[in-house]
Write a protein that binds this ligand. Structure first.
Ligand code: C2E
Ligand code: CA
Ligand code: CA
Ligand code: CA
Length: 274
């Protein structure tokens, strides 16, 4: 009897070991990481181009991986999108930023632009509007301009999205097109969807000082933004020559390593004026 039990035990143990060795599906790994709160926000400051003053921040997702360290979204964002858990992770980011930043609201300039990245699928998330409302309600009125950044790489602009956009805008939430110029720009939707901001992709900022097609596109985007009365944000500003050019061209906000790198919440708060 004892021998039988021992045999049964080691057999079960072997199967359990084999099961543990199996590679887990990505969606399970991501859900477990979200559960352990390994997805954290980094904030990259945004500056007013002319005055050089801090005017906002973009929230950028990081994975604080227990073994591999701090991971950039490039390494995992596709897996997260496929896993269908982007909404849950964005909600966590919004909560973390709110908890840390709302008590410091007095140290932020009025009209502080706080930007989150969304993928188009999240526009269909029925919780999005409430998540945004909750975030804004935690700050004094007129303190925050909440901006949602959407890339053109995904198709959006369906009738359903049109309604979501109006509902968001009715709450005073602004919409920005991210990486503008790199996707299949339908200029019609800029107008139709009442977009507030164009974010000029780093590739075009990088073209400054070079005799390239990129530079032609950059100038065209700036001209377009001004014609349509949109706010212009340049991302990936790395050199003084780039900054000077963008300021002279009348871009509104600057973001890039020259001015400030993405940083953890605590670091962002530490550099705010007292
Ligand atoms: P993005 O929205 O275009 O964000 C700008 C990226 O450029 C960030 O990379 C930022 O760290 C980087 N960057 C900023 N300034 C400079 C610079 O001067 N030079 C260079 N070389 N890079 C600069 P990051 O944080 O690795 O994010 C990569 C992309 O992942 C983002 O591109 C965005 O599309 C996506 N992403 C980030 N966070 C989220 C999120 O919460 N949700 C979703 N859906 N996507 C996110
Ligand atoms: Ca962005
Ligand atoms: Ca961008
Ligand atoms: Ca970009």
């Amino acid at each position: 009897m004892l021998i039988l039990l021992l045999l049964l035990g080691s057999w079960a143990g072997w199967f359990y070991y084999q099961w543990l060795q199996q590679p887990r599906p990505a969606s399970e790994v991501i859900a477990a990481a979200a559960e352990r709160q390994e997805f954290i926000p980094f904030l990259q400051p945004l500056f007013d181009a002319r005055s050089g003053r801090l005017m906002g921040a973009e929230v950028l997702l990081r994975w604080q991986h227990p073994r591999d360290g701090l991971l950039s979204p490039f390494a995992f964002i596709e897996a997260v999108e496929k896993s269908g858990q982007m909404g849950r992770i964005t909600r966590q980011l919004m909560q973390d930023v709110t908890t840390a930043l709302a008590p410091q609201a007095a140290r932020l300039p009025d009209g502080f632009h706080l930007a989150f990245n969304l993928d188009a699928g999240q526009l269909d998330d029925p919780c999005l509007l409430d998540d945004c409302r909750r975030l804004m309600a935690a700050f004094p009125a007129d303190k925050l301009v909440l901006t949602l950044e959407l890339t053109e790489r995904e198709a959006f602009g369906s009738d359903g999205h049109f309604e979501v956009f109006s509902a968001l805008q009715a709450q005073g939430i602004q919409l920005a097109i991210d990486d503008f110029g790199t996707g299949q720009s339908s200029l019609a939707y800029l107008h139709q969807l009442a977009i507030d901001t164009l974010k000029i992709d780093r590739a075009f900022v990088d073209a400054i000082g070079r005799d390239s097609l990129g530079k032609v596109v950059l100038d065209a985007i700036i001209a377009l933004g001004k014609q349509l009365n949109l706010k212009l944000v340049a991302e990936g500003v790395e050199t003084e020559a780039q900054r000077d050019y963008l300021v002279a061209a009348g871009v509104d906000f600057l973001q890039g390593y020259l001015l400030a790198r993405p940083m953890p919440l605590a670091g962002f708060i530490a550099q705010l004026p007292e």
